[in-house]
Design a protein around this ligand. Structure first.
Ligand SMILES: C[S@@+](CC[C@H](N)C(=O)[O-])C[C@H]1O[C@@H](n2cnc3c(N)ncnc32)[C@H](O)[C@@H]1O
Length: 240
């Protein structure tokens, strides 16, 4: 069962009642989608540079991160080509049933929800793959995504999507010049991404949430604290 909750910026999130976890921070779901994912992954910049943005979206949920990516393309004339993984079809149906979205996100959410049921429309192609992201990700071509939104539930309820094996597979999908963003700032997550060959940096603080993590192939990122940077370097080299 997914229960709707109105967040502080007026946008909706859904809480999975079984797991007791909501898909977004209650300080603002739309704010989180824009500032945690679309912006730091440079979706608009890539659109202006290349005319197309290839996005890997892990944990479709309400489709808000996809909608924020689409909004970032506004006026660029660029296309969004997204692959998105979701285990629970019920969350997609619950999201489509929500009405009364704030005006700044409503048009983007509507287009994404139409695309999730196969009506992609001009400038947008969304391929939703239902199932466990661990299996789905193996079929995605390597080095083929300009942006990766890594937005699973927390490690307490979805540890499988934070394992080193999964993170290394996800990292392999990032193209040169691509950026991955996640809300986690945990050391093991950063270490796994770095061991997979990505540069790792600080993700923005959003709403009431602390900093997250960005990882890239060849894009300069906001640096980690020097102490953390040194610890990461030591661990990558195999020292304790
Ligand atoms: C934090 S929510 C994602 C919110 C979403 N990114 C959005 O913009 O609305 C996490 C989502 O991951 C899904 N999920 C959990 N475990 C999964 C798995 N192993 N494979 C694929 N999806 C999973 C959940 O059902 C949930 O919809």
């Amino acid at each position: 069962m997914w229960t709707p909750i109105r967040t502080a910026d007026g946008s909706w999130t859904l809480r999975n009642d079984e797991l007791g976890q909501a898909c977004h921070s209650l300080s603002g779901a739309w704010e989180q989608a824009r500032l945690r994912y679309a912006e730091p992954c440079r979706v608009r910049e890539v659109a202006l540079e290349r005319g197309v943005v290839r996005l890997l979206d892990i944990g479709t949920g309400l489709g808000l991160n996809l909608a924020a990516a689409l909004a970032a393309l506004d006026g660029t004339g660029a296309r969004l080509e997204a692959v998105t993984f979701e285990r629970d079809a019920e969350v997609l149906a619950s999201a489509r049933a929500l009405v009364d979205w704030p005006s700044d996100c409503a048009p983007w959410v509507a287009r994404v929800h139409a695309a999730l049921v196969g009506d992609s429309g001009l400038g947008l192609k969304v391929h939703v793959e239902l199932g466990d992201a661990r299996e789905r990700v193996t079929a995605a071509p390597d080095a083929s995504f300009d942006a990766v939104f890594l937005d699973p539930f927390s490690p307490q309820v979805a540890p499988e999507l934070w394992s080193e094996t999964f993170l290394s597979l996800v990292a392999s999908k990032l193209a040169s010049g691509g950026v991955l963003s996640t809300y986690s700032a945990s050391f093991p997550v950063r270490l796994a991404l770095a061991r997979a060959g990505l540069a790792v940096g600080r993700g923005p603080r959003v709403g009431t949430k602390a900093e997250g993590t960005l990882a890239s192939r060849g894009v300069p990122l906001p640096g980690l604290e020097p102490r953390l940077e040194r610890r990461l370097a030591r661990r990558i080299q195999g020292a304790s």
